[in-house]
Design a protein around this ligand. Structure first.
Ligand SMILES: O=C(O)CCC(=O)C(=O)O
Length: 311
């Protein structure tokens, strides 16, 4: 019961003023009558006008981005088709020596105890422990390219490293890292070694980002004035599995070579395949980027996102 009580989260948020400061301006811009420490979810934004978030925004052309110009033709085409397909694949984004350096950095952070497993198999926020990793993923040319795809200003928010396949059920990141207006998030996934069918590759459903954004209201998890909804995350996963079945959309599996990168749209359905061969690792790194101009929160727990610290 306590875990569903909104007051508990409000007290926590109250002490995170610095990290929630950005929301004050955004709420004001929107005319949303809400304290920075209040719970926030998609229900708060129903019927509100999104236009003020986009009005002054100029989107650069891909041809002006160094990174884009250096890509091979197939990767360029994939990036150009991002809006239609909901994902882009850049083969050989990083060379093997840089990927080796990433793996060494992760190993030494784990060994020194600066990085530990959370939620079972996740190494969270290595970017906060390593200047090398932070600089790598805040690379200007990459960020400029991501800003075009996100139609705003992409800002690195979170990293997750895996040593084994996540085996996570199909989901959209918009249930975990929701934005107003919707769509202000990108996932960037890098293979840190060759990943095949037997060591838990990533899967995704091309064009599924065009489906509705499924939120609390879609699985009866809206909650009340004082309490969060009482459905667990499993209920969300079940609903998504039913939607996938009903829409009859086709799954793709991303068998990747060390250094390959996949970028996904905020609403692209994706997850992890079973990790069948336990003699193998599946080293990968996921980065999440938010559009700085949008309000970011966690739909299920109705928590505003803490900038610099994560959700
Ligand atoms: O790496 C994977 O297997 C899935 C990761 C994922 O779904 C996510 O980070 O949202």
């Amino acid at each position: 019961m306590l875990r569903r009580l909104k007051l508990t989260y409000m007290l926590y948020n109250l002490f995170q003023k610095k990290q929630l400061q950005h929301n004050r301006n955004l709420y004001q811009k929107l005319g949303l009558n809400k304290y920075y420490f209040s719970p926030v979810s998609s229900a708060d934004f129903e019927g509100l006008d999104e236009q003020s978030f986009f009005s002054n925004h100029k989107i650069a052309d891909l041809n002006t981005i160094d990174l884009f110009n250096k890509l091979d033709q197939a990767s360029q085409e994939s990036v150009q088709q991002f809006e239609t397909n909901g994902y882009a694949i850049i083969r050989n984004y990083l060379n093997h020596s840089i990927v080796d350096r990433i793996n060494q950095e992760i190993d030494s952070l784990v060994q020194s105890g600066k990085l530990g497993f959370k939620n079972g198999d996740r190494l969270m926020f290595a970017i906060h422990q390593s200047n090398f990793l932070q600089n790598l993923w805040e690379d200007k040319s990459l960020n400029d390219l991501l800003s075009i795809l996100i139609k705003g200003k992409a800002q690195l928010f979170q990293s997750i490293n895996f040593l084994k396949g996540s085996q996570q059920k199909t989901h959209s990141d918009s249930i975990h890292m929701t934005t107003f207006p919707l769509g202000g998030l990108l996932g960037v996934w890098l293979a840190l070694e060759d990943i095949d069918l037997d060591n838990g590759p990533l899967h995704y459903f091309p064009k599924s980002h065009q489906l509705p954004y499924y939120m609390n209201k879609d699985y009866d998890n809206k909650g009340t004035l004082f309490f969060l909804g009482n459905k667990g995350y499993k209920a969300y996963e079940k609903m998504i599995a039913e939607k996938v079945e009903a829409q009859n959309i086709q799954k793709q599996v991303f068998t990747a070579k060390k250094g390959d990168l996949l970028i996904w749209h905020a609403n692209l359905l994706h997850g992890g395949e079973p990790h069948l061969n336990n003699n193998k690792t599946r080293k990968s790194m996921v980065l999440h980027y938010f559009d700085t101009n949008r309000i970011c929160y966690h739909e299920i727990t109705q928590r505003p996102a803490l900038m610099h610290k994560g959700i």
